[in-house]
Design a protein. Structure first.
Length: 276
């Protein structure tokens, strides 16, 4: 199934490239360039982004995540995609390699993997995205505008996160989304499935993702702080499989328990044992 999905994505890319090649007159390229520069500001202020995706046996979800990045790559926004794998035993790394991603490996655990991916990334702007998350169509316009704006603010650059959305049409999913929105509004505490867009200067200033097996997202958000955190309008649409598999109430309760333990000072290593 994953192989079929990846082949479909390749066909999408080929179709886009074919359309570009067919229309190769100078006017088309100039218009395309001007349209994009209008979105992101002056050319010298614009920065390409690197996307870092941590994976572990993600062959079923990774193709969809990569497919939503195609437009950004074609627009020239995405410089590279780094897949940081924690020891997949399925076709995850083969899919990533086939799609032209840079693949790095690290110890299992999102903290380790995200740190390794950031180290391998080539751009000043880093976008961290989970392997079961898809961004809204035309996400690249808002991301480009945010990068252009914050690149001017070198003394106090902000990081950005997306709006939380589950790929589930049920009422329970809407309730959970509302609860997440309230948590973010009151405590400025998004989780990793909302993505993270951050300039490397700020990432380095706060020492980036810590090499810990769990709670790496809460740790880095606390270091960024409310004042330097911006909530973008683009939705990060995340798979609801884990909630459906474990039950919405049970899964949410476990997440809250882990959060409480973390704030109570329990080691992320002990929390990881509880979580698993």
């Amino acid at each position: 199934m994953a192989y079929v999905q990846s082949c479909l994505i390749v066909n999408i890319i080929k179709e886009h490239i074919k359309n570009i090649v067919v229309d190769t007159d100078t006017e088309c390229h100039v218009a395309r360039g001007l349209e994009f520069l209008e979105k992101v500001g002056n050319a010298h202020e614009y920065r390409l982004i690197s996307i870092v995706i941590p994976t572990l046996n993600a062959e079923e979800t990774l193709p969809d995540t990569l497919s939503c990045l195609v437009e950004g790559a074609l627009d020239g926004l995405v410089r590279d995609v780094v897949v940081a794998d924690g020891g997949s035993s399925d076709q995850t790394m083969a899919i990533a390699d086939y799609m032209g991603c840079e693949v790095v490996t690290s110890e299992r655990g999102r903290g380790y993997q995200l740190a390794a991916g950031a180290e391998a990334a080539k751009s000043d702007w880093l976008l961290f995205l989970h392997a079961d998350t898809v961004l809204d169509a035309r996400w690249q316009a808002e991301v480009a505008a945010f990068c252009a704006s914050e690149s001017k603010n070198r003394d106090a650059p902000r990081a950005g996160v997306f709006q939380f959305k589950l790929r589930d049409e049920g009422a329970t999913a809407r309730i959970l989304e509302t609860m997440v929105a309230v948590r973010c509004a009151l405590f400025a505490l998004p989780y990793g499935d909302q993505g993270l867009l951050i300039h490397r200067s700020l990432y380095d200033e706060i020492d980036g993702f810590q090499a810990i097996p769990l709670m790496e997202d809460v740790d880095i958000i606390r270091k960024i702080g409310r004042r330097r955190l911006s909530f973008l309008q683009t939705r990060a649409i995340t798979s609801a499989d884990r909630f459906k598999r474990n039950g919405y109430i049970s899964r949410s309760a476990r997440n809250l328990t882990c959060l409480f333990l973390y704030f109570a000072g329990v080691s992320p290593y002990r929390i990881a044992k509880i979580y698993s």
